[in-house]
Ligand binder design. Structure first.
Ligand code: RTP
Length: 147
């Protein structure tokens, strides 16, 4: 079954959106397979965003991610990468539809509350980076009512 890496960024944590965001993924029918509340250091944040290192906003982005604890998660389910990105909304909250997380809870691209893997391949890389110890082996008992 497909998995994705979802991170509630420091602004989402500080603003008390953790429960709301987890609830949206749970209510959709996805399964929470990994959950960790941590503050990462600069080197780690740079590794996570390595693909964006040439961007002018890279340093600001790294400062933002290391500014407080984040909630790192692995979610599992059919098409969870693509559907997860739809639940999250467009990168720039100005373009995110109402009903999406960013559309409902964010205004500025530099404080857009949440990250979600953009492909199955990046999800695999990000899960390996954030959960090197592995994740829980369990299958939700509601599966038969969702699929
Ligand atoms: P994410 O990785 O956080 O899910 O975001 P994304 O795929 O939707 O967007 P991406 O282009 O990968 O950018 C990663 C994060 O960088 C910040 N950003 N700032 N100031 C700017 O113009 C700008 N552009 C991007 C955002 O926090 C974005 O989520």
């Amino acid at each position: 079954m497909e998995q994705t890496f979802i991170m509630i960024k420091p602004d989402g944590v500080q603003r008390g959106l953790v429960g709301e965001i987890i609830g949206r993924f749970e209510k959709k029918g996805f399964t929470l397979k990994g959950l960790k509340f941590i503050t990462v250091d600069r080197h780690f944040a740079e590794q996570h965003y390595a693909d964006l290192s040439a961007k002018p906003f890279f340093n600001g982005l790294v400062e933002y991610i290391i500014s407080g604890p984040v909630t790192a998660m692995v979610w599992e389910g059919k098409n969870v990468v693509t559907t997860g990105r739809k639940i999250i909304g467009a990168t720039n909250p100005a373009d995110s539809a109402p009903g999406t997380i960013r559309g409902d809870y964010a205004i500025d691209i530099g404080r857009n509350v949440i990250h979600g893997s953009d492909s199955v391949e990046s999800a695999k890389k990000e899960i390996a980076l954030w959960f090197p110890e592995g994740i829980a082996e369990w299958r939700s008992s509601v599966h038969q009512w969702i699929y």
